[in-house]
Design a protein around this ligand. Structure first.
Ligand code: ACM
Length: 766
């Protein structure tokens, strides 16, 4: 591997300046490790000392928040403070202030004499309490008793940028206990998130008791292991976080079943718990599609009594029978009794409407009501349900498919389909309120990588084409966690954290220029997460590749990304554990081999495993091409491919030439494949690294062998590989497939360890 020496003076100066900036950030981060960072913070001098003698003085409106604050302080002091409205000095004061008009806003003034929280609404006071929590020592989280607690003097004025700061959890595909929901709510509160959307029902399990239809949970909450479970079981061989929580496995009539559900009473307890933390729980009962668990017990719900999978989705319930509306209204009546939320989610996504088109009842209804097509028939269902919701004083939320057949402007649209970018714009122009949850980057069930936090932090909920007035219809955003591949609390923690902190700051503080400072504060927050036993994803080991090439010897050095982490590795193909040898600095590699390594915390928790494939290689000689033409020769196939190799037998749709590796703007097909063929003409000998990001798959060959393999149907991910090239032209072949949805293709290069950069257009020849 060729060593890369950074000789450039101005580059060094840049590093110095960055380091100086980092120190300032690190100092401030340690003193005010707040996430989300307040809208305005001015540090004071000195500190306020809380002792068991300090009194709490509260306005009547904020009694509950005073109790929350007192419970927090009790964890650190071992006893509760007195609530004493006569206390004059050295007190903690919760003051009603009608001049603070923004919802959820608060001010916090900490001086050597007193701590004063001001707000107009109780949510504002609660957020101030969570700010105080983040200023208290981490040891408070583990009930460590202190003689006194010290808070830095500071003046904060704070309010959220967006009203909807949501998290979603799918409790259907895999189930999560009441105690986990409460932990999840605690974490949301810690980071000032305020909406928890529970996806309570789906094909794979019905999770909420409905007294009128007991079979929904007696039968619908339980299943034999399905293909999602078997995939988790397979993955658990390499990662114990994929072991299915035993708590949710039962034996019944000689069968092993997976599942569980919440009784209405249990769920009311969760709702009250969340309400005390100013978090609304929004229930989703997904219909008319995704209803297999219900239809199994109540087959009258479909148009033809059948209950099976269509091409992609299960058969929906039938919007053409009055019995369906009776069922749906009865279910939602009980749901509204459990959940006081102003918003109720009806799902409405991914509906296979084929059976509706064949049903005599639907034909008759469409004729009678003048419904022109099947999307409009779905709108008929949603519109009727919305009227029912409104009659109970609630607002309907649906996934963005609900706008396809026309929708009333009072429904709230939850945008998720990244590949339909105009859906939220259309909804806004139709007068609807919109919540943004685009799959990229807000599906937190997508495997996180080194770019995820950056992308979430910089997520802007407002589509660029909206003007200021229209932008007001976007009330915020939410991250969704679908649990097909999340069978345990530890895996759910890993997927949610720390990404949720980035989203919290994007939606509350909304200042992209604070990113480096946020990262410094996040390092501080990890300590609190450790105390709270959150299985957060450890930071990435930066600048690692998947495939390495060296000519004489390879050298591998890694600086752990957090203090206290150590890196352990194996070379025999086995998974590294905390007892595997610690990686020396550097590790010298003399032969082709696979190095598997991972960071470990002091308690032995393992971060992501990295597989680094080192190959010894001679420099590849250039080939002669005469006369070269500019660009790459491309072939376009308009079909769906599961993997790139399947393109070779497909019918060619068209051909074109390009000097840019990207999805051509003219391509409109939902699924397709493109091959890019020709030569890459490099200007100097070197070890070249190629970074291929694609959604879906791509495979890059330079010379005779594969340089980067990023094949298959998957969300946007980068994979990288190296090759030693002599100056001149080398055969280049890139296959790319789009399965539907992502439309992402990027290829960058670096040479001898330089920063990744765009490939100059004139390097491509054919
Ligand atoms: C969804 O992901 N089907 C809303």
């Amino acid at each position: 591997m060729i060593a890369f020496a950074k000789k450039n003076i101005s580059f060094k100066l840049g590093i110095l300046l960055i380091c100086a900036g980092f120190n300032v950030n690190a100092q401030n981060a340690a003193k005010f490790p707040l996430i989300p960072y307040p809208a305005k913070l001015v540090a004071g001098t000195g500190s306020f000392i809380i002792t068991p003698q300090t009194a709490i003085v509260t306005a009547r409106e904020f009694n509950s928040e005073a109790i929350e604050l007192n419970s927090l302080l009790q964890k650190g002091l071992g006893k509760k403070l007195k609530l004493d409205n006569t206390a004059k000095i050295h007190a903690i004061k919760l003051v009603y202030d009608a001049s603070i008009t923004a919802p959820e806003a608060y001010s916090l003034s900490i001086t050597t004499n007193q701590l004063v929280i001001r707000a107009k609404d109780a949510a504002g006071v609660f957020h101030a309490v969570e700010t105080i929590r983040q200023l208290l020592p981490v040891s408070v989280e583990t009930n460590t008793v202190h003689k006194q607690l010290t808070l830095p003097a500071v003046s904060i004025e704070d309010q959220p940028a967006y009203a909807w700061r949501g998290m979603h959890l799918d409790v259907s595909r895999h189930f999560f206990s009441v105690s986990y929901l409460k932990k999840f709510i605690d974490r949301m509160a810690l980071y000032k998130m305020n909406k928890l959307h529970l996806h309570l029902t789906d094909d794979q399990g019905w999770r909420i008791e409905i007294k009128k239809y007991p079979k929904l949970t007696e039968d619908g909450a339980w299943r034999t292991f399905n293909n999602q479970d078997s995939s988790c079981i397979k993955r658990s061989k390499d990662n114990p976080d994929f072991i299915i929580d035993k708590e949710h496995i039962i034996q019944r009539n000689g069968k092993t079943l997976y599942g569980g559900f919440y009784t209405q009473q249990e769920m009311k307890g969760v709702v009250a718990y969340a309400a005390a933390k100013h978090i609304d729980i929004i229930p989703e009962i997904d219909m008319p599609g995704h209803m297999m668990a219900a239809i199994n017990s109540y087959p009258f719900l479909t148009c033809n009594g059948e209950n099976k999978w269509g091409t992609l989705f299960t058969r929906p319930i039938c919007p053409c029978n009055e019995t369906t509306f009776e069922f749906a209204q009865n279910v939602f009546t009980e749901i509204m009794d459990i959940f006081p939320s102003k918003y109720i989610h009806i799902g409405g996504d991914e509906v296979d409407r084929t059976d509706w088109g064949k049903s005599d009842a639907c034909k008759a209804l469409m004729e009678r009501e003048g419904i022109k097509d099947l999307p409009a028939l779905q709108s008929y269902f949603i519109n009727r349900m919305e009227k029912f919701f409104n009659s109970k004083g609630r607002k309907l939320i649906g996934w963005d498919e609900i706008i396809e057949g026309g929708i009333s402007p009072t429904a709230i649209v939850m945008y998720w389909r990244t590949w339909v970018p105009d859906a939220p714009v259309k909804a806004v122009k139709n007068g609807n309120t919109v919540i943004m949850t685009p799959g990229e980057p807000l599906y937190f069930d997508n495997q996180p990588d080194q770019y995820s936090i950056y992308k979430v932090y910089h997520f802007n909920p407002i589509p660029k084409v909206l003007n200021t007035e229209e932008a007001k219809s976007i009330i915020g955003a939410q991250a969704n966690i679908w649990s097909e591949q999340i069978p345990s609390e530890r895996r759910a923690d890993y997927m949610a954290m720390p990404r949720m902190t980035a989203l919290a700051e994007a939606l509350w503080t909304n200042k992209a220029d604070k990113y480096d400072f946020y990262l410094a504060r996040l390092v501080e927050q990890y300590k609190r997460m450790d105390a709270l036993k959150i299985n957060y994803r450890l930071p990435d080991l930066s600048n690692l590749l998947n495939e390495y090439v060296f000519t004489d010897e390879g050298r591998l050095s890694i600086t752990p990304p957090l203090p206290g982490l150590t890196i352990h590795y194996t070379t025999d193909g086995t998974l590294p554990d905390a007892k595997s040898p610690e990686l020396p600095s550097p590790l010298i590699i003399k032969k082709s081999e696979l190095i598997r390594l991972a960071p470990f915390t002091a308690s032995g928790a393992r971060g992501d495993v990295y597989n680094l494939n080192y190959k010894q290689q001679q420099m590849l000689g250039a080939v002669k091409i005469a006369p070269p033409k500019p660009g790459l020769a491309c072939t376009y196939y308009k079909a769906y491919f599961k993997e790139t190799a399947l393109m070779k037998d497909a019918k060619v749709d068209s051909t074109f030439t390009t000097d840019k590796i990207e999805v051509p703007a003219t391509v409109k097909a939902p699924s397709f494949g493109i091959t890019y063929k020709g030569y890459i003409d490099v200007p100097a000998d070197g070890i070249y690294t190629f970074y291929l990001t694609c959604d879906d798959g791509g495979v890059l060959k330079i010379g005779p062998s594969v340089t980067v393999n990023n094949d298959g149907n998957h969300s946007a991910q980068e994979r990288s590989g190296q090759i030693a090239l002599k100056m001149g032209a080398h055969p280049f072949h890139l296959d790319f497939i789009e399965g539907g949805g992502g439309f992402t293709l990027k290829l960058k290069y670096s040479v001898n360890g330089s920063e990744p950069q765009e490939i100059p257009a004139n390097w491509f020849k054919n």
